[in-house]
Structures are given as structure tokens and as C-alpha cells.
Design a protein around this ligand. Structure first.
Ligand code: COA
Ligand code: AMP
Length: 634
């Protein structure tokens, strides 16, 4: 179907002649002006794709489909069990909404290159706002609704949006979460105030709007005139998406227009094996990269129908929710995080709910966001009896680095492995000097530069921090993950080798949580690290040392710390476990032994590091975690 003959030859072509490979892929995108150079390497390590080219991403994702006779096809199925709504929006209707909202943004003074911050739940208006920005060349920055005002304020300060688009509330299961007070607080905290806010008032909550600053979405839409799309450079930013790094300050991953459109369209056909007109469902949130790439841009660029699901895998109303959506809408490909399947498995281990639905439309299940553990793989495989495809990627790349490209050639699956590098990614396992490590041995997973199109060209107004990815091992992008290749060239990703953790498929920084914990007046020192969790993959776990003069009751301090992290990072951090200890285990040079502490909480064997300052501290750590019921047995 893709025109490629085999995975091996396709991969080799992509690595030996990337310009030819991606130049051909770019023919599937509609350009206003053809590129001068496919790969511009004049400013290494800042590689650029399709320099000189001009296009518009919104045109490619919306208008083009009207010209190609897809106007009456459904573009978006909004399926919201939490509001009892199923709404289908055709490409024509979506075109009208997007061009009108683009007009709204223009009427509020938004110009090409201005930033628009979007803080919205999973409603069609979030997708409309994203595409409207793309239409007029504005740069959107979507912030996940589960982040607290403090995190939102950091992103406002960095992106400096002219306008913020938000909604009155989100709905999490049975809970209505008012967004407006969170937004107001974030703006109050931010040094860079937006000029205007546009608020979509949902029936579940209708807060007062601040005269002069806040505007009602519906009222503005009634009065707006549609705005046409404008050509932008292939290298102009389409969006900024903040992601967790090792410090409390998130990193603003920049995505350009040209490389992004080319890579995502290529991925739909070649990784996911999906055709225009088919129904594609990525269960994530528009605030995460999976949401950006595979709820919004890739399916729309491909002319598919995308499902926007405002619900959970369980509890909305039951563990049959996924099967209901697949059967009701004829979903061909489902993409979600392993944690969602673990949640379904926990509530319905025998898959009884599946018996109520006919899901024969489903060809493939793709999983990503965290390691796919072999138990979850086997359970899903036995239940669904279709290929279960693990694929590995990150916010920075925007699309899969390794996976089983079912549109090219479906390779045999090895549980625990996301298969092999995707064409375009020259993945190598290296040591600290960049020397390749033999198959079978764990090392740093790095990608030889250049990264393929669609990956981050830089960080927003922080080229210096971008260099942290590419300078530790010259000539490589360091992914932050550790792993190995096996003897058949299958890649195994074993986990992060930095302070980033993955909680229910959500990427979080333990550094950000430490910053909050360290602010408590009784805390002298602290460490937050990731520990295993059967449902969510990982959970944060805190160790704190109190100041010598603190007379506070330990349980009270811990509860205050839990509340502080919830208030300042967000509920999504799931920070609820923390112990007070006398001292933290450190090396003689003062480095906290985080890995050793994680192993203690997980009940794993750990070698006593030869560099440890005082081995007796580890015994005390073991005693402290035992007191709060760790390691968990079973
Ligand atoms: N807005 C506001 N709050 C949010 C939120 C949002 N968009 N998303 C999550 N939260 C809150 C939740 O309400 C919860 O709050 P609580 O502590 O008051 O109950 C907290 O953040 C933790 O949320 P979550 O990790 O989602 O836990 P959960 O127990 O509600 O659900 C799962 C567990 C496994 C069902 C759920 O995490 C899930 O569906 N995961 C799928 C993963 C996924 O889509 N990942 C995206 C990357 S591919
Ligand atoms: P995010 O930027 O939120 O997409 O998170 C990226 C990180 O999630 C990666 O660096 C990995 O640590 C982890 N991850 C994502 N997908 C996988 C996968 N399929 N297998 C193992 N880890 C994964």
C-alpha cells in the first residue's frame, strides 16, 4: 500500500539518502512554494527541513479535503460520555468553525507569529482553536488541563501569549473542574499578562467574565468574519508544547510547519497503515503530544475521521467504554497508553464487557507513552486477537522513533520491545563517549543527527537548553532513555536515565515536585523519585529530611507536602507517598543515590554503591519505607 517493498530496504534508504527519502514523502503535502533545500545543515546542530518552502498546515488539514470532495465526511467525532454527547462534525462544518475562529483571533489582534495559549478540556473547540492559529500563522501552546495555576503561569511567562483561549470547566469522570478560577490565578501569578482571554462557556459552569479582558467564545463567533489561511515558511513554528525536563522549568518544544506535516502524513500511512476516510482514535488529551499529533494533526492531514473522547477507560460508565466507542464509530486503529489497558484489565480481567460489542472494524492497537509490560501485552493480545503494536516516542520527536511499521511491512512482535527504529531515525546504543555498545548490553539510547522531519528544531527562545540534548555526545541527540538492541536488532527501552518520570502515561518532572517540597518551612532537604506502580506504571515518592529545630509531627508535614504538590503542580502529579528520614543516602561527592532509593521502595535487590558515604543510611531508609507499607507485596 505504501509503495515501499520491505522495512529493511525502506529503513536503509531513509538513512543513506534522507534528502531523497523525505523529498519524496513531501510530495504528498500541498505546498504554496516548493522548498529550496530538503535538509539544510548549514547551522549544525540546528538542522532545518524544507527551507525556502511555504505552506499552510490548516489548509492541508481542512480546506484541501473540501477541494478533494471530503466536505461531507466526518472530520471529528466528539464522544463525551461525561456529558452524554456524541456529535459529528463534517470537514465542511469544521472548515466554517475554524475559519470563523481564525477571524475571531484576528479581531482580537492576533497576527502571524503571535502566541496563543490554549487551556481547554477535550472539546471540539480546543481543536478548532489549534487549527485557527495554524490558519493565520499564530503559534499555539496548549497546556494540559490537569496542571495547577503555578505550572500554567510558568508557561504563560515563557510563551508570552497575546491571547489565552480557555473553557469554563473540564469534566473528569463525575467531577466538574472549574477552569476559570485556575486561569485567573495563573494570570495573577504570571509576570506576562495576556491582553485578552476568550472563554468557551460550557453549560456545567458559567463563571463571570472579567470586562475588558475576557470575551465569550459564542458571542465573538456570531460576529466574526471568516479569515483566510496565510502561507507560512516551512520552518516557521506551528506550536510550542511544554514538556517536563529535569528541572522545575518545563521545556518549550518547538514544532515547525513543513517537516511536521510531511512526517505526520507519512506516519499515518506507513506506521499506522491507515487510509483517508478511515476512523482513527487516539485516546489521550490535546494537552499532550499524542493529542497534538494523533488526535488533531495527523488524522486531519490524512483526511481521516478522528475521535475526540472526553472520558476515561473505566468509570465512564464502565470498562466497556473503549469497546463501545470502537463499535459505535467503526474505529480502524486505536492508540492509547498501556495504563489504560491495565485499568480495564483490573476492573474486567476476563473481558466480559467486550462480549457486548462488535469491534471487528479494529485492525491494530498501538500503545505508547510508557513501557508496554509483557503482562499487559499478553492480556490485550488474548482479548482482542489483533496485532498489538508497542511504539516508542517522546514529545520532542512528535512521532514514533521505534515501532512496527504495519503500513510498510509488519514484523513479528517481541513482547517488551517497540520493534525496530522507524525509517528516518538512526538509533544507536552508546556509552558516554558515543561509542556503540554491543547488542544485548544496556546503554544510552541516542539518535544520530540529523533527526528526521517533524522533530524539534530547537526549544522556544532557548537554543542553549536545546544544546543539552546534542552536546553530551557530539553528533547525537540523547533521548534520556536507556535500553539495548537484541541480537535481531529489536530495540528494548528500559526507562528514563534522568529525573523524568511517567505516571499513567503522563510525563512529569520529579525536579518540579522537589522544588515545591523544598519550599516547606520545615524541610531541610528532599528527593522525589519514581517508583513502580501496578496501575500507573510509575508514581512519585518523596523522601524528606526535616530541619534540626523542627518539632512538627511527621504525618502532618507529609500531608502538607502532598497538598502543596497538588496545589502547585496539579492533581495529575499523583504525589501521595512521602516519608521523613534522618538523612538522605549520598555519594562522597554529595550526589543523592536516587536509583538506590527507588530500588528499596520497589523491593528490588540493589548493590551497595562503592561511592556511598555511609552505607548505614540505607538500612534506615529501608526501615522508614517499611513503616508506610513499602515495598508493596503482590
Ligand atoms: N483536568 C483536570 N484534572 C485532571 C485532568 C484534567 N485534564 N486529568 C487528570 N486529572 C486529575 C484527575 O481527576 C485525578 O484527580 P484526583 O486525584 O482528584 O482523583 C488526578 O488528576 C490523576 O489523574 P489520572 O492519573 O488520570 O488518574 P485517574 O485515577 O483519574 O485515572 C487512568 C487512571 C489509568 C484511568 C487514567 O490515568 C487514564 O485513562 N490514563 C490513560 C493515559 C493517557 O491517556 N495518557 C496520555 C498519554 S498517551
Ligand atoms: P512524552 O514526552 O510524554 O511522550 O514521554 C516520553 C517518554 O515516555 C520517553 O522518553 C520514554 O521514557 C517513555 N515512553 C514513551 N513511549 C514508550 C514506549 N513505547 N516504551 C517505553 N517507554 C516509552
Amino acid at each position: 500500500m505504501s509503495g515501499y517493498t520491505s522495512y529493511k530496504s525502506t529503513y536503509e534508504q531513509s538513512i543513506s539518502d534522507p534528502e531523497r527519502f523525505w523529498g519524496q514523502a513531501a510530495e504528498t503535502v500541498s505546498w504554496v512554494k516548493r522548498w529550496d533545500k530538503v535538509l539544510d545543515d548549514t547551522d549544525k546542530p540546528f538542522y532545518r527541513w524544507f527551507t525556502g518552502g511555504e505552506l499552510n498546515t490548516c489548509y492541508n488539514a481542512v480546506d484541501l479535503h473540501l477541494e478533494n470532495g471530503r466536505g461531507e465526511q466526518t472530520a471529528i467525532i466528539y464522544d463525551s460520555p461525561v456529558t452524554n454527547t456524541v456529535k459529528k462534525i463534517t470537514y465542511k462544518e469544521f472548515y466554517e468553525k475554524v475559519s470563523r475562529f481564525a477571524g475571531v483571533l484576528k479581531s482580537r489582534g492576533v497576527e502571524k507569529g503571535d502566541r496563543v495559549l490554549i487551556y481547554m478540556p477535550m472539546i471540539p473547540e480546543a481543536v478548532t482553536a489549534m487549527l485557527a492559529c495554524a490558519r493565520i500563522g499564530a503559534i499555539h501552546s496548549v497546556v494540559f488541563g490537569g496542571f495547577a495555576p503555578n505550572e500554567l503561569a510558568k508557561r504563560i511567562n515563557d510563551a508570552k501569549p497575546k491571547v489565552i483561549v480557555s473553557a469554563s470547566c473540564g469534566i473528569e469522570g463525575a467531577k466538574v473542574i472549574p477552569y476559570k478560577p485556575l486561569l485567573d490565578k495563573a494570570i495573577e501569578m504570571a509576570e506576562q499578562k495576556p491582553e485578552k482571554c476568550i472563554i468557551y462557556q460550557r453549560p456545567q459552569s458559567k463563571p463571570e467574565l472579567l470586562p475588558g479582558r475576557d470575551f465569550d467564545w459564542e458571542t465573538l463567533m456570531e460576529d466574526a468574519s471568516p479569515a483566510p489561511w496565510v502561507p507560512v515558511s516551512a520552518t516557521d513554528p506551528l506550536y510550542i508544547l511544554y514538556t517536563s525536563g529535569t528541572t522545575g522549568m518545563p521545556k518549550g518544544v518547538v514544532r515547525d510547519n513543513g517537516g511536521h506535516a510531511v512526517a505526520l502524513k507519512w506516519s499515518m500511512q506507513n506506521i499506522y497503515g491507515i487510509k483517508p476516510g478511515e476512523v482513527y482514535w487516539a485516546v489521550s488529551d490535546v494537552g499532550w503530544v499524542v493529542g497534538h499529533s494523533y488526535i488533531v494533526y495527523a488524522p486531519l492531514l490524512m483526511g481521516c475521521t478522528t475521535v475526540l473522547y472526553e472520558g476515561k477507560p473505566i468509570g465512564t460508565p464502565d470498562p466497556g467504554a473503549f469497546w463501545r466507542v470502537i463499535s459505535e464509530h467503526g474505529v480502524s486503529v486505536l492508540f492509547t497508553a498501556p495504563t489504560a489497558f491495565r485499568a480495564i484489565k483490573k476492573e474486567d480481567p476476563k473481558g466480559e464487557f467486550l462480549k457486548k460489542y462488535d469491534i471487528k472494524s479494529l485492525r491494530h492497537l498501538f500503545l505508547a507513552g510508557e513501557r508496554l509490560d509483557p503482562d499487559t501485552y499478553t492480556w490485550a493480545k488474548n482479548l482482542l486477537n489483533i496485532p498489538i503494536i508497542d511504539h516508542w516516542w517522546q514529545t520532542e520527536t512528535g512521532w514514533a522513533i521505534a515501532g512496527n511499521c504495519v503500513g510498510i511491512e509488519q514484523l513479528p512482535v517481541k513482547p517488551g520491545s517497540p520493534t525496530k527504529p522507524v525509517p528516518g531515525y538512526n538509533v544507536q546504543i552508546v556509552d558516554d563517549e558515543g561509542k556503540e555498545i554491543p547488542n544485548g548490553t544496556d546503554g544510552t539510547v541516542a539518535i544520530k543527527l540529523p533527526l528526521p522531519p517533524g522533530c524539534l528544531p530547537t526549544l522556544w527562545q532557548n537554543a542553549q537548553r536545546f544544546l543539552d540534548y546534542v552536546t553530551p555526545i557530539p553528533g547525537f541527540y540523547v533521548t534520556g532513555d536507556g535500553g539495548h538492541f537484541d541480537e535481531d536488532g529489536y530495540l528494548f527501552i528500559m526507562g528514563r536515565i534522568d529525573e523524568v518520570i511517567n505516571v499513567a502515561g503522563h510525563r512529569l518532572s520529579t525536579g518540579a515536585m522537589e522544588e515545591v517540597v523544598a519550599k516547606h518551612p520545615d524541610v531541610a532537604e528532599c528527593a522525589v523519585l519514581g517508583v513502580d506502580d501496578q496501575l500507573k506504571g510509575q508514581l512519585p515518592f518523596g523522601f524528606v529530611v526535616l530541619k534540626a529545630d523542627s518539632a512538627r509531627e511527621h504525618g502532618e508535614v507529609v500531608q502538607e507536602l502532598v497538598n502543596m504538590v497538588r496545589a502547585e503542580v496539579g492533581a495529575v502529579a499523583c504525589f501521595s507517598k512521602c516519608v521523613v528520614v534522618d538523612t538522605l543516602p549520598k555519594t562522597r561527592s554529595g550526589k543523592i543515590l536516587r536509583g538506590t532509593m527507588s530500588k528499596i521502595v520497589d523491593g528490588k535487590d540493589y548493590p551497595i554503591p562503592s561511592t556511598i558515604d555511609d552505607p548505614g543510611v540505607l538500612v534506615k531508609i529501608e526501615e522508614a519505607v517499611k513503616k508506610i507499607g513499602f515495598p508493596k507485596i503482590g
